[in-house]
Design a binder for this molecule. Structure first.
Ligand code: ZN
Length: 183
């Protein structure tokens, strides 16, 4: 896989595809953690059963907190998530499961709060919904779309072309005006 290093997120359209590489099976619990935070973000029964499996292993090894949320965009759920993340201490290992939109947004939030990649493990149960970052108005839209497809921006109403490029810091796929002319 080609790695894009140092490419600013503002480059639109991006020069190289960069799609998230999700594992096909739930990753294992990192037994070196001094505590664990298991986050189930929507995702239905698949996510719930993955979270339960993680919880059983993690709780046998170190203090473990479980957070079950429906939707990272819901203000109450988001406040709960921020509270859990802010209470997490050094040595915590975070396991996130849910639909792609919620997992990507939660991982970006965790990174923004100082989590290192080595502390984060994620499993996506459903790739139907993508977070789409509008390069024009900077808002993130939850859209049922494939990379390369089009989605309506909820911020500015533009029809966006969703690029095959996910920016980890944004927790979203980059997108730009689909009607502005091809590159
Ligand atoms: Zn927009």
């Amino acid at each position: 896989m080609a790695e894009v290093t140092g490419a600013p997120a503002e480059v639109v359209p991006p020069q190289h595809p960069s799609l998230p590489a999700w594992p096909t099976e739930p990753p294992s619990v990192d037994q070196t953690g001094t505590s664990h935070l298991v986050l189930a973000l929507g995702g239905g029964e698949d996510a719930a059963s993955t979270a339960r499996s993680w919880l059983a292993v993690a709780a046998a090894q170190a203090p473990t907190t479980l957070g079950v949320l429906d939707d990272v965009d819901d203000p109450e759920d988001r406040a709960t998530l921020l509270g859990l993340v802010d209470r997490a201490r050094t040595g915590v290992r975070v396991l996130v499961v849910g639909g792609q939109y919620d997992v990507m947004q939660a991982l970006a939030l965790l990174r923004a709060r100082g989590a290192h990649e080595s502390e984060l493990r994620a499993f996506v149960t459903d790739r139907r919904e993508l977070p789409v970052f509008c390069g024009h108005c900077q808002s993130v839209t939850r859209a049922v779309v494939e990379p390369g497809g089009e989605a309506d921006c909820r911020g500015c109403g533009r029809v966006l072309e969703v690029h095959e490029h996910a920016a980890a810091t944004l927790g979203a796929f980059l997108a730009s005006d689909a009607r502005a002319g091809a590159s």
